[in-house]
Design a protein around this ligand. Sequence first.
Ligand code: G3P
Ligand code: MG
Length: 404
Amino acid sequence: MEIARLQLEGGLDEPDAPHSPTETSVTDKFAFAFDIDGVLIRGGRPIPEAIEAMQVLNGKNDYGLKIPYIFVTNGGGKTEQERCIQLSKQLQIEVSPGQFICGHTPMREMAEIYNTVLVVGGEGEKCRQVAEGYGFKDVVTPGDIIKYNPDTTPFRTLTDEEHANSRTRDFAGVKIEAIFVFADSRDWAGDQQIILDLLMSKGGVVGTRSETLEEGPPVFFSHNDVIWSASHEHVRLGMGALRCSLEAMYKAVTGKELETTAFGKPQIGTFQFATRLLQQWRRDTHGIDAPPETVYFVGDTPESDIRGTNEFNKESNNTWYSILVKTGVYQPGTTPRYVPKITVNNVLDAVNHGIERENQRSQKKLFKEALNFTENRLNGVAIKDDLLTPTPGTHIIQNPVDSL
Ligand code: G3P
Ligand code: MG
């Protein structure tokens, strides 16, 4: 409505007329949520249209309108703070942790439940630091276990740096209560060996073996993307592939099924988390208290971004509108397994589509209001002066908005 209102008040030109707005206002009607890899960033570098897309959201549009936005990535491996600093540089805007969720962000809620946990993945000690920052009290890494018993992984020896960073500990009798894969494993063979050992242990006690092989701790993955979009021309294997591999390996070794849990998109919980984050972000930074009517979710992976958005849309009180871009996992020309509301070339087109759709919606609403007003007045005149046939519901003006 801001768009139409500003136009009506004479403050704005028609959208296609050249225009340089001098003032900006913030819309409370709609917002954007962005996936990162394959939409904004690829292989550590911004996708060319991403920087302009951010500028458009920050008011560089025909309406001088600022549109609130958040980021929802399945990626991770560093603190939210660190990732936001990196994203700010890449996108040339200020990104706050208050508008950012990564795959492992919801795992912070598990810190109260488990005491000693194994944290897998990521560079060096980063994921241990993330987990401790979330409040996990006793965080073990695969490096700690290899340092305790180097025979654990016959084909992996810790580097000097890893050896220095890994903690010295006597693991005899230590019970690992849960396993969290925070980020992509840098050593699939070693990490899977250690996870498998724990899955087959007696209640997670390092070095033991259960008779049933199914008394191990639960395993949580921060997301389930089998493939993702990195710097290579073709998609790369992701954490979901490790999950498939681990489940298959457990079955091959024990003959039993392994059930694991994944966070991240497309899980509904992640979208509920995103809803709360967006609500708080809009309240804290823009003083907006009500939820937006529409959230435009821009993603490149049908299985996580589009599926999650579409499913959440069915249960959410507001509209979650899925937009698929062609700059990442989705391959143009193929049929996506989960169908978006619209497919566009890139993130800039996605932002412009959302703004234009809102413009049309607000104009349609204004037309309707104007028509109702006119009809009411005409009906009033008709009854008073007995000039028109008093047939209830009869319209003497055709409704032009139906064709919009
Ligand atoms: O490892 C990250 C990747 O699987 C997906 O990240 O930003 O596309 O959700 P994103
Ligand atoms: Mg992506």
